[in-house]
Design a protein around this ligand. Structure first.
Ligand SMILES: *Cc1c(COP(=O)(O)O)cnc(C)c1O
Length: 355
């Protein structure tokens, strides 16, 4: 990558108090941009003041959703340093997403260098209160001004950041989830394993209906047989059944979460048996009826873990661990957040400092 050209904002915005932050509404002073044109490759990496982009109304992204994104965070340690958690995993995943959507790859080193450079410029936006962080949203989209359905010849890679408050300001409260029988999020052969905007568009209706009925999110089933559990909302899902942790295997319609992967690696290091396999909703509810569904939780960058306290499937309802967070879920939460915020050692080499 060429040298990143930095143009500082003439006026800096005030930083809202961390308690008042609403996820994804406040953005930092700068953003990263880089352009791609066929024949030229990625060029003109730059950091500029945060602001609107001017795009032709015929830009391909508006019509055919040729777009992918990532979600990651920068954390401030007790010593005041700023660090990233497994950013090369995000770099690899955005390229897996790009490949599926015929978007040109971004070299992994360039992706991480761009994230680091932007976080450095907006370093003062990384909050330091307990549980707060700077959420980082890299995304790439097709920019050709053309309505033809084919791969674009021009793309824009952009990174924006927003300071986020603690995900659990009132402590961790398990959520209520129901099994979604109508809508599906993704199918094998489709784009389920990528972070592309279209997957989210397809998931919104189910999420809205769940909220209307007093549930936080839905448990997605596979799109072919409508039998196998895939994810919970926009998180991966893990269950502790009879002493072992089981989680849906990555069949192509499940997003390969970095938090999921980190949970599995931690569990293995603790000697907890782990199984990645197909799990039917029937098996899960049978286990619950037999008193063997000990814990259930979602995993993702935003929440780290989100315990499930109640599961509904049609008329059947089960309560998990008395509606409380389970001990293993709590241990994963404490260990992951300890490593991320630098209050615990990082024996796996997951942390990348932002110099
Ligand atoms: C991003 C995402 C996840 C979680 O991935 P992390 O890397 O752990 O943040 C899970 N499921 C879906 C659908 C996602 O988009």
């Amino acid at each position: 990558m060429e040298t990143i050209k930095i143009t500082k904002a003439a006026e800096l915005k005030p930083h809202p108090a961390p308690e008042t932050l609403v996820f994804g509404k406040t953005f930092t002073d700068h953003m990263f941009l880089m352009d791609y044109h066929t024949g030229q490759g990625w060029h003109d990496p730059r950091i500029v003041p945060y602001g609107p982009l001017a795009l032709d109304p015929s830009s391909m992204v508006f019509h055919y959703a040729q777009e992918v994104f990532e979600g990651m965070k920068a954390y401030r340690t007790p010593e005041g340093k700023v660090q990233l958690f497994r950013p090369y995993e995000n770099a690899r995943r955005i390229n897996a997403s790009c490949e599926r959507l015929c978007i040109p790859a971004i070299p992994e080193e360039d992706f991480v260098a761009a994230v680091k450079a932007l976080v450095q410029v907006d370093e003062s936006w990384v909050p330091d209160q307990l549980g707060t962080s700077l959420y980082i949203r890299p995304f790439v989209f097709a920019a050709d001004a053309s309505l033809g359905v084919h791969a674009s010849h021009s793309y824009i890679f952009c990174i924006i950041c927003c300071p986020v408050g603690a995900y659990y300001p009132e402590g961790i409260n398990p959520v209520k989830i129901y099994v979604e029988n109508e809508d599906v999020r993704a199918v094998r052969g489709g784009t389920g394993y990528t972070k592309c905007g279209g997957n989210y568009a397809a998931s919104i209706r189910a999420g809205e209906r769940a909220e209307e009925q007093g549930y936080s999110q839905v448990l997605w089933l596979d799109g072919v047989e409508r039998k196998y559990i895939e994810e919970v909302g926009a998180m991966n899902v893990l269950f502790k059944v009879d002493g072992a942790v089981i989680t849906p295997k990555l069949t192509g319609s499940v997003l390969p979460g970095i938090t999921r992967k980190s949970c599995l690696e931690l569990l293995k290091s603790w000697g907890v048996p782990v199984e990645e396999r197909l799990i039917t909703a029937q098996e899960l509810f049978d286990a619950a009826q037999a008193g063997k569904l000990e814990e259930a939780w979602g995993s993702g960058t935003a929440a780290v873990v989100s315990p499930i306290g109640e599961l509904a499937w049609g008329e059947q309802k089960v309560t998990i661990n008395g509606g409380q967070i389970g001990p293993l879920t709590q241990k994963l939460y404490d260990t992951l957040t300890g490593i991320q915020w630098g209050t615990q050692p990082d024996p796996f080499g997951w942390i990348v400092p932002v110099e």
